[in-house]
Write a protein of this length. Structure first.
Length: 224
């Protein structure tokens, strides 16, 4: 395991980007994240105690992946991320691969990274980092919408995306300006959410130790 926390790693990334990114682009990025923090409808976020209706994701290598299949051996841990080319996601997912995936496997939990990006484009992040856990498409943001964790680009972000020549809807293959906020949802074998953490600022991610502790709590409750 690495000694630096995920929070520290992302803070280092942002500090470096503040020195290297064009000031106008940095402002758009910072302002969008601040707006999300200030305006997110937290009352709509998925929360512990919610019952999860059946859903189907599309794993980039395995194809159809149902909630029932995810819960066969234990709790399901869903990590929602933005898309394969997201810089922060390319820090967080490899970090989880090293510092979370092995521990969850030992606990009998199933870890899945979830993004709205279409499978043929989403596969890139799994292959690039040789991720040991599943990476799956949430088509049309259906599950993220149900969990209340979607956001839309603000107007400056939309303009910048369009002016880049590769608007985010084309990058993801969804044709929209919607992305999920970084979110961790842990579902027990009864289909009930036992832990949920939603971060409107996409440079804030849940630490592995918090997720591991939540899964252990579920296992202790099941054994009691």
């Amino acid at each position: 395991m690495t000694t630096q926390t995920l929070t520290e790693t992302l803070a280092d990334f942002q500090a470096n980007r503040a020195l290297t990114m064009a000031a106008d682009k940095l402002k758009i990025n910072v302002d969008q994240r601040r707006l999300l923090v200030d305006t997110a409808d937290r009352a709509a976020f998925v929360k512990a105690g919610d019952t999860v209706a059946p859903f189907t994701l599309t794993e980039v290598d395995e194809g159809e992946l149902t909630l029932q299949a995810l819960l066969q051996s234990g709790p399901a841990v869903l990590i929602f991320f933005r898309f394969a080319g997201c810089p922060a996601c390319n820090i967080a997912l490899p970090y989880y691969n090293q510092n979370l995936a092995p521990q969850l496997a030992a606990l009998g939990a199933t870890l899945v990274g979830v993004s709205p990006q279409v499978p043929e484009r989403l596969r890139d992040i799994k292959d690039r980092h040789v991720l040991s856990f599943r990476i799956a498409t949430d088509r049309d943001n259906a599950l993220a919408r149900r969990f209340g964790v979607l956001y839309e680009y603000d107007e400056p972000s939309r303009r910048a995306s369009l002016e880049s020549g590769s608007p985010i809807g084309e990058v993801t293959g969804t044709g929209t300006f919607e992305l999920p906020m970084p979110t961790v949802v842990i579902i027990d074998r009864d289909g009930v959410v036992r832990f949920a953490d939603v971060n409107p600022d996409w440079l804030v991610r849940t630490e592995p130790s918090v997720i591991i502790d939540a899964v252990r709590d579920i296992q202790r409750s099941a054994a009691a």
